[in-house]
Design a protein around this ligand. Sequence first.
Ligand code: FMN
Length: 168
Amino acid sequence: MKSIAIIYGSSTGNTKYAAELIAKKLAGYSPVLKDIADIVSEELQEPGVLILGASTWSIGELQDDWETFFPQIKKLNLTGKTVALFGAGDAEGYPDTFADALGILYDEFAKTGCTFVGEVSTEGYTFDDSQALRNGNFVGLPLDEDNESDQTDSRIEAWVNSLKQYLD
Ligand SMILES: Cc1cc2nc3c(=O)[nH]c(=O)nc-3n(C[C@H](O)[C@H](O)[C@H](O)COP(=O)(O)O)c2cc1C
């Protein structure tokens, strides 16, 4: 079984809530759960699997604590490590920049040599554009606590189950 860290940046608690739910569903893997605000970059080098959560703010920008950490990302060497991305957004309020933070993290973590897993189909989401799209799919799991909180649990459940093949 691989070591797993779930690391989130969250300004009003929505991505934190999702991170806690993911941790609960992966309890059998004993994941470490941490706020990116409390992380030193070496800690990202240790686990075999990083499940990274970031909400989108300021119209298509990264959540503040991730923004602060951002310059350190490209210095990491995550060759051989697995990365999965998730994060809260608001598809009704910000339909042109829905969950952009996932795409911003994707591009920067791509420089570390990691392997991404956990892409998600856009089916069931209503939005106009997102930086989180690659080849028509989201690079990770977008959640919308502002408008579709009733879907958060089932979206996380399906996503976590799809990740399990990469965790053993
Ligand atoms: C000023 C402001 C700007 C926002 N910009 C975006 C955006 O560009 N795209 C998006 O998907 N959500 C946007 N949101 C919505 C937040 O991402 C959403 O409320 C999310 O659940 C916050 O998660 P957090 O509590 O984990 O930080 C914005 C919200 C506010 C108040």
